[in-house]
Design a protein around this ligand. Sequence first.
Ligand SMILES: C[S@@+](CC[C@H](N)C(=O)[O-])C[C@H]1O[C@@H](n2cnc3c(N)ncnc32)[C@H](O)[C@@H]1O
Length: 239
Amino acid sequence: MVEINKIECMDCLEYLKKVPDNFVDLVVTDPPYNVSQKSNINYKNLNVVKNFGDWDFGFDPVPVLKELKRILKPTGQIYVFCATKQIPQYISIFEEEWFFRNMLVWNKVNPAPRMSKTNFVFANEYIVYAINEKGRPTDSVFNFSKHSEMKNIFITSALQGKERLKVDRKAVHPTQKPLSILKKLIEISSNPDDIVLDPFMGVGSTAVASLELGRRFIGCEFDKKYVKYANWRLKNGTK
Ligand SMILES: C[S@@+](CC[C@H](N)C(=O)[O-])C[C@H]1O[C@@H](n2cnc3c(N)ncnc32)[C@H](O)[C@@H]1O
């Protein structure tokens, strides 16, 4: 069994084994993108982070998705943040074994610059959206608001300002996600008191978003430094 409203410091596959079948209402998660390069780039005194950490090399989503399918309720929904190259694999798994519903785009108005100027600037990240089992979509919670607010695109800046956790003016986590996007997904696909799971918590953004919306959360993160900052955030709030 796992503790509610606690981020456990452990490997996700070990953690997920402790979660009972059909326990979770919603999964919102941001697993490794496998986009890191060996070193960062320093160009005209501007440091561009290209290596997010050892965790961003060789991630295989297959065993994780298998466990998530088991512990998510049949009508439960999943949102997975991913990189361009991961889209085919996620869609093929969700088409074959889940109920693929949509591809959402997070468009950043201030993406990291492309120093080489030999390709387009990467300004988008993606969120694959699915329901656990094929059935009537109306059986799943879907709090549709106004049409103008339900487009499958989120346009925001990459995280900066007060929300970005920093120590000595350096970001604590290289890929901290905006609460505005996480809250929107949680608000649409769950109800108050529901259990939201994220097995790749980083500095706890999904946990913070869930609590701020009156949902409960469960989840883990294997880097104890990130768990420490996530707990700090949960205790001190984000406002
Ligand atoms: C893309 S980041 C998530 C960032 C998070 N959304 C946030 O806003 O802070 C992925 C996180 O998963 C963690 N991670 C990677 N592999 C893991 C594993 N096998 N078990 C647990 N955590 C893992 C990494 O340490 C990293 O913090």
